[in-house]
Design a protein around this ligand. Sequence first.
Ligand code: PLP
Length: 395
Amino acid sequence: MEIANRMKNLGIENAFKVLGEVNKLRLQGRDIISFGLGEPDFDTPQNIKDSAIKAISNNFTHYSPSIGILPLREEIAKYISKTRNIEVDPDEVVVTPGGKPVIYYAFLCLVNEGDEVIYPNPGYPIYESIANFIGAKAVPLPVLEERNFSIDAQYLKKIITPKTKMIVLNSPQNPTGGMIENQDLKEIADLAIKHNLIVLSDEVYSEIVFDGSFSSISSFPGMKERTIILDGMSKTYAMTGWRIGYGIFPKDVAGQIANLVNNTVSCTATFTQMAAIEALNGPQDDVIKMVGRFRDRSKLIVDGLNDIEGIKCLKPRGAFYVFPNVTQACKNLNMADSSEFQQYLLDKGNVAVLPRSSFGIKNEGETEEYIRLSYATGEKEIIEGLKRIKKAIEG
Ligand code: PLP
């Protein structure tokens, strides 16, 4: 069949491709340690699973309104109002199958062809992919190692043009584990107001913070009405496979987004929405435990990586990723870039990581090489994986 032209512009989240490759190798009998996919290895808390089972038994198995069921939207509105210190109405909440669709829907609804969208780079690859797909121009905003993997608001100022429509922020960040400083958030907020820009704030890791505290740009004066918040249950409650997330939009936009949900998936699974109410409303002990484990693992992996010749790794501030600088290791092994390095670790070391190229093209003047490791995997695997990487590099 002939594929439509627009498909040429669509990218991919490479982590899923690597997951497929790892599964294939494992089926062939290879013992691979994977630091590839970004999802908690913990089970969904029992109270949430029980509430879904109860919801199915009670026949919450039919369509729901496209925007999401009201009791869940009320819970989400309460949670966001409290954690972001803003007033959110349930009619400003749209429930979606995971947080990811919020990116697609927000771009489709708010960005015209030819508009410019500024996105963090390296960053979650879907922002650039969808911006290109809808015919917008994706403009990279460097996330800098020398700024502890934050962005530079002064640089942002330089890349805003009359065509800029939206800025995408993600803090804590995938793939670096960095966070945007409050002072930078304030400067970005000022710029967004001055240039009448929309901010898509991807806050899916807001509960997974170990260093400092989370701030949302929506909390700054004048920002709530121009910010779209993306959040969900996937990361916080280890619910990646349930597919439940949400966006917070101005009320008139929320109606349009619900219409996009209506035209695509009709609604999010109803019993999943019931379980999400329990997630937000029920005990949070499991979340606290999980974040504690991520904190401990972050120390384990950072120390282990820094003990390997040619690797330099900063401490992440949140999420469950590290983004070590492997420039010297690549040089020592005579490798052109981190893609070659990643392939080498898989072939020689039986360890799966993701290369820099999975998170966007290099920024202008970027000469360093990086890989991403997700440490949402057991401590034993982390220790073994580090041992393998060290051996593959140092011999
Ligand atoms: N945003 C970021 C930055 C992510 O890393 C991810 C998942 O990896 C998502 C959004 C999507 O999350 P969900 O599984 O809820 O669609």
